[in-house]
Design a protein. Structure first.
Lengths: 622, 607
């Protein structure tokens, strides 16, 4: 763990920066997480008699948890004065506590599943009748609504963005109905959460004042990935000229433009806050040859902060960069297999294979599989995969929201997968109406007839129907199914169970005795369900999921035109925003490596001829 | 930050009640069993005793058992504590920072903290739930840990009636103990002192010969059990720990004659006072060190007047007033009550099985009205506010006569027993008293003379009836005043006897012409008027001429009017009263009997 004494001058300046606004331009491997963590911890350590809180905003739950862990390590305890949140969890907390002013109840659920959102929208369209018939499919409408919300466009302003005025008005009405329906049914999606948080703080000044009073220091990580809606919320929490805002960013790592990230955001930050700028150009991760490649590559982007210093390697490793050329994709994969075979088994976890698309990754993974090399694609998991665990999750969700039809549907789907027979939610709804019981109880009455679900259904009736003893239900569930035949047949059961146990322990530690079913489910909603991988497993990731990580050996495959940079980027043009983002993707990809970087390309992929990627030329390796 | 409201539902004898608290001091008065202690206990449960959902503080007797046999049929107990910020006294930023997660509110910051208790049939035990609510009264989840922070910032202390010095002035008392704990003896000093203590302990042991025999005998343990050969048995001195010594220290008060008597040997009053003072010292110097830098106490005190002489009670009030924080006091003492501004009083009453809390807001009376009323309360040692019914009268004679008649009517008409007080409204208007009585839940019955002034008073009273029956609340005397009433009722002799009966001893020396000349000199402008006044006086100086027939009401009115200035009407009244007494119950004038009966009915009793 890094201590203050080990920091260089720039880093120390950043950590000890006092009041006001500060922008830290931090390249890859610059130790920015350490800087951020130390700053936050120091602010608290140096003010033992104060009561203010420090808010740390990160982008992923993983980053938040990491920071939390480091702070506990540094301070020796989980300080209540430090709150590390993602934007979403911050908004969730805010809306749970103060959302009553907007008609929300504190126990609203967070929908992350596209299908659930589509259901809400479809319901509204049906209600509007024939006029409400849409030309576009529901998914597209949702996408447009998302884009609007992400760009902080209020419902009144929406029509402006349409060529056809009538269409614009219809769309905005639809968006409003969608929002109203979400609020009425006490559920929110991520876009509406940001939107409503902004409205809440704009219309209820007292609440905004409360937030500003509590958080005297606000630190934001990966600021370059903020979308306009998040920036608006940030400006309300930390008004320019009045707060202490500490922002860490690297505009060369903006790769979430599709989500609204934009180099303009940094420009806006600079003009709104006029921050002091501290640069952390030292790259402690990547060896010199890699840093040189990265610097050469990124110079080709035009839309970036001119004053940003080029990276400077501080890494002791000599570093090896290799470039290989192959006839076709299959031999490219064979090539990487032989490279990896040279790495001892227990060090395979330090190997990362990056490719630009999931299709490429999947093909590579299958290739590794055939050669008996253990490899997994790391993708963000919003839901569990094992039907058994889904069943458990859905039982708890329905117990917590007894009148929710969508949870009942999910529960039936999971049960159907387990049993192999269909559980009909209509049938169960009927049963519940006639017998005057709630959905969950009616479900258990039906499911206890099935052999595999009998025991757990009885438990469910006793523990979840008249009370909410979810802890005992969970124990009973795991006790019953672990080592059972069905669990052994369900491939993902063990992995999902491990994730469940880990998350449960973490939430228990964070919340202590206040971990009710409610709180547990809320935490689950906001956390990805990825399982831990073994030490002998090679990781496969896209650039986006690999961001912020570090691996000893990085293998970058598929470095050809139309894959990396992508076909869309080339279509948009050489100097288009999309092309610049592709270049940044490449920048991020190569700066994951701390020892060796292996890049390769082939002459043909899936039967098509391809030419080597321009990025290789720009890096100077061909 | 202060607690501003408490909602009580189904707790002991209270079905549904909302109590508001003043920033500084709130005084609860009411008869025994009217709910005062229930309110203090509700505060105590929520703000002091409840720690988490696990440690249940409620017992079966806390549930409201109205017509219910078994606890499982009792309604759920619900106690809601509201802390609301006011414009005049905004909360400090540290409080906002410390309690942020449970602060809600539209315009001002509010904290809503609720406890519920119910009987769980399946597990056959009482369960309690703690939660904080959002602005719309909905439960926020996962906020229970905030109760610890709330209790640290606003700790609740309860001082009950039995203030036992022997309990409070010892090492394990939270207040005295806190002073001992303050390890303010520096390290060096401590080491030196403990060395010396050690030496002294040794010396004491060595000089005490009584142990030698015992030691000899216990040494024989050697024969039975294997122990070390050399010195298996010894008596060791007490540990040389200065804090132990401190813990056994005693507070003494020097009584008359220089005897230092320990506190616990003094009388109850002295003990009571000293505990209050100890508590005050604790609040002043130990509270923020022990509990939290931001801590300000909420203090519940039951009967601070217990065991104290009225002079001491006045002194106690001065101490209580200076306690920091927010004070809620339940009292039966008129002395204390007379010191309390009217808007800080909460009068509890029980109507049937319903408990009601009456109060007057600070803006309902203007400064003048407040002053006048407070003066009245003080004059009567607060007794006014303990009454169930006021008989509002114009003057002293009314008071004397009515109370005497009540006495004469026998124990059933005992005004004190029925909680009836007679109130003279002469310095202020009856309007003021009626307004206050209605707000505080005190019944009233106004008695007015049959004259112009009396008419006005009755008019004011009628306006304030608000649909109530006039007969129950208003009486007009059948005579122009109480004295005349007594005469008409047959007890006029004392008054008649006071009429001047003879001609003046010395006839006047001057003629009327002389008088007129005198007038013209002195009263230059209006000599004629002065002259006519003089003539009237002359008419009165001799045996008055009464026009009406003897014994009629008009006769007695004239008698009253013709009574000379110097004659003592009160004395006449007293004589008349004695006459009534001689006659017994039946002699009491019916006017008065009726008034008393009405008042008794209003006070809720049977006459």
């Amino acid at each position: 763990m890094i201590t203050m004494e080990q920091l260089n001058d720039n880093q120390k300046r950043a950590v000890t920066f006092g009041q006001g606004a500060c922008l830290v331009l931090a390249g890859p491997g610059s130790g920015k997480t350490a800087v951020l963590t130390l700053r936050v911890a120091n602010l608290i350590k140096q003010t033992p008699d104060d009561y203010f809180k420090v808010l740390g905003l990160t982008f992923t739950v993983k980053a938040a948890n990491e920071m939390q862990d480091r702070i506990i390590g540094y301070l020796g305890e989980d300080s209540k004065r430090i709150q590390i949140r993602t934007f979403h969890s911050f908004c969730t907390d805010l809306l749970r506590q103060h959302g009553s002013h907007l008609g929300l109840r504190p126990d609203f659920t967070v929908i992350s599943d596209e299908k659930d959102r589509a259901v809400v929208l479809k319901d509204i369209i049906q209600k509007h009748g024939p006029e409400g018939d849409l030309i576009e499919p529901v998914e597209d409408v949702l996408k447009n609504i998302d884009t609007m919300f992400t760009h902080a466009i209020s419902i009144d302003e929406m029509p402006k963005y349409f060529d056809n005025k009538e269409e614009g008005i219809r769309f905005s009405q639809l968006a409003k109905s969608y929002l109203d329906e979400l609020v009425k049914s006490n559920q929110l999606d991520f876009g509406s959460m940001l939107y409503l948080s902004k409205i809440l703080m704009k219309e209820h000044k007292r609440i905004t004042r409360q937030v500003q009073t509590v958080y005297e220091y606000i630190c934001v990580d990966e600021f370059q990935d903020t979308n306009p809606a998040q920036y608006e919320v940030l400006k309300l929490i930390a008004p320019p000229k009045q707060t202490n805002l500490f922002v860490v960013a690297d505009d060369d790592q903006i790769i979430f433009q599709w989500n609204g990230a934009d180099p303009k955001r940094l420009a806006a930050l600079k003009s709104d806050y006029d921050p002091e700028v501290i640069q952390l150009p030292d790259n402690f991760r990547c060896p010199k040859p890699i840093v040189e490649l990265a610097n050469r590559l990124i110079q080709y982007n035009t839309i970036r902060l001119k004053e940003k210093k080029p990276g400077y390697s501080q890494c002791v490793n000599a570093g090896i960069v290799t470039l290989q050329k192959y006839d076709n994709f299959e031999s490219e994969i064979d090539g990487v297999v032989s490279e990896i075979s040279g790495i001892p088994n227990l060090q395979r976890e330090t190997c990362l294979i990056i490719a630009r698309s999931n299709k490429l990754l999947e093909t590579i993974r299958q290739g590794l599989d055939r050669k008996n090399i253990e490899a997994e694609i790391i993708a963000k998991k919003q839901e569990f995969s094992s039907p058994l665990i889904l069943f458990l999750h859905d039982c708890l969700r329905l117990a917590n929201a007894p009148a929710s039809r969508s949870f009942l549907n999910k529960l039936c789907a999971a049960a159907s997968k387990i049993e192999g027979v269909t559980f009909s939610s209509e049938e169960i709804i009927q049963k519940s109406l006639t017998s005057g019981t709630q959905f969950l109880r009616a479900f258990f009455e039906v499911s206890k007839a099935s052999e595999l679900l009998q025991y757990i259904s009885e438990c469910g009736i006793e523990l979840l129907c008249s009370k909410l003893d979810f802890k005992n239900f969970m124990s009973a569930f795991f006790l019953h199914y672990s080592d059972s035949e069905i669990a052994n047949n369900c491939p993902d059961y063990e992995k999902d169970k491990e994730v469940w146990d880990n998350l449960y322990s973490r939430f228990e530690r964070q919340n202590g005795s206040a971990l009710t079913l409610h709180v547990f489910l809320q935490c689950l909603e906001l956390t990805p369900k990825n399982q831990a991988l073994t030490r002998s497993c090679v990781r496969l990731q896209t650039v986006h999921t690999a961001k912020g990580m570090e691996y000893a050996h990085v293998y970058l495959l598929g470095m050809v035109e139309q894959h990396f940079p992508s076909y869309q980027a080339i279509k948009q043009g050489d100097s288009s925003r999309v092309m610049e983002e592709e270049r940044r993707n490449c920048f991020v990809a190569i700066t994951r490596a701390s020892q060796t970087l292996y890049m390769s390309y082939a002459n043909s992929y899936f039967g098509y001829n391809k030419s080597p990627s321009r990025f290789l030329r720009e890096m100077g390796v061909i | 930050m202060r607690i501003t409201k408490l909602h009580i539902n189904n707790f002991r004898g209270i079905e549904n009640l909302e109590v508001t608290f003043d920033r500084e001091i709130t005084v609860l008065i009411g008869e025994n069993n009217s709910g005062k202690t229930t309110i203090l206990d509700a505060l105590r449960y929520g703000l002091e005793l409840v720690k988490s959902e696990k440690g249940v503080v409620f017992n079966e007797y806390d549930f409201r058992r109205h017509n219910v046999e078994h606890i499982s049929g009792c309604p759920v107990i619900e106690l809601l504590y509201i802390f609301e910020e006011s414009d005049e006294h905004p909360w400090s930023k540290q409080i906002t920072q410390a309690l942020n997660s449970v602060i809600v509110g539209q315009d001002n910051q509010i904290i809503k903290y609720r406890i519920k208790a119910y009987y769980d049939q399946e597990e056959s035990e009482i369960k309690q739930e703690i939660s904080f609510l959002d602005d719309a009264g909905q439960e926020l989840s996962g906020k229970q840990p905030a109760i610890k922070d709330l209790k640290k910032i606003r700790p609740f202390f309860y001082l009950d009636t039995l203030r036992d010095a022997s309990k409070e002035f010892q090492g394990n008392s939270s207040y005295w103990g806190s002073f001992i704990k303050d390890k303010s003896v520096d390290k060096e000093n401590r080491a030196i002192l403990e060395e010396e203590l050690k030496e002294i302990h040794k010396k004491i042991l060595n000089s005490h010969l009584g142990f030698t025999d015992v030691i000899e005998e216990v040494k024989r343990i050697n024969e039975l059990v294997s122990v070390s050969g050399n010195n298996p048995v010894s008596v060791e001195p007490a540990p040389a720990d200065i804090y132990r010594t401190l813990r056994s220290s005693q507070v003494t008060l020097t009584a008359d004659g220089d005897a230092k008597i320990p506190l616990q040997a003094h009388g109850n009053g002295t003990q009571s006072l000293s505990v209050l003072l100890l508590f005050n010292a604790y609040l002043k110097s130990r509270l923020t060190k022990d509990i939290d830098k931001l801590a300000e106490p909420i203090i519940g005190i039951e009967e601070p007047e217990a065991h104290l002489h009225p002079n001491a009670i006045r002194a106690v009030w001065d101490i209580l007033k200076q306690f920091p924080g927010q004070k809620i006091i339940a009292t039966h003492s008129g002395d204390i009550l007379s010191e309390v501004p009217i808007d800080k009083i909460r009068r509890m009453s029980k109507v049937g099985s319903e408990v009601i809390c009456h109060s007057l807001a600070s803006n309902e009376l203007d400064a003048e009205e407040s002053r006048k009323f407070n003066h009245h309360v003080r004059r009567n040692r607060g007794e006014l506010l303990f009454a169930k019914c006021w008989i509002l009268v114009e003057g002293e004679t009314d008071t004397t006569v009515i109370s005497a008649c009540a006495r004469i009517l026998g124990s059933n008409a005992n005004l004190n027993r029925h909680g009836i007080r007679i109130v003279e409204f002469s310095q202020a208007s009856p309007k003021l008293f009626i307004k206050i009585a209605d707000r505080l839940g005190i019944a009233w019955h106004i008695v007015a003379d049959n004259d112009k002034a009396g008419e006005d008073y009755l008019k004011q009273a009628k306006k304030l009836l608000n649909g109530r029956n006039e007969i129950n609340h208003i009486s007009k005397l059948s005579a122009s005043n109480m004295d005349v009433l007594l005469c008409i009722s047959g007890f006029g002799a004392p008054y008649e006897n006071r009429l001047p009966s003879q001609a003046p001893q010395h006839p006047p020396q001057a003629t009327w012409g002389d008088v007129m000349n005198e007038m013209k000199k002195i009263y230059v402008n209006k000599p004629e008027q002065a002259f006519s006044v003089a003539k009237k006086l002359e008419d009165r100086s001799c045996s008055p001429i009464i026009v009406s027939s003897k014994g009629t009401p008009e006769y007695w009115e004239e008698v009253y009017r013709l009574l000379p200035r110097g004659s003592s009407k009160p004395a006449a009244a007293m004589e008349a009263i004695s006459l009534i007494e001689q006659g017994g119950e039946t002699s009491v004038p019916s006017d008065i009997k009726l008034i008393i009966q009405q008042a008794i009915l209003l006070a809720g009793g049977q006459s």
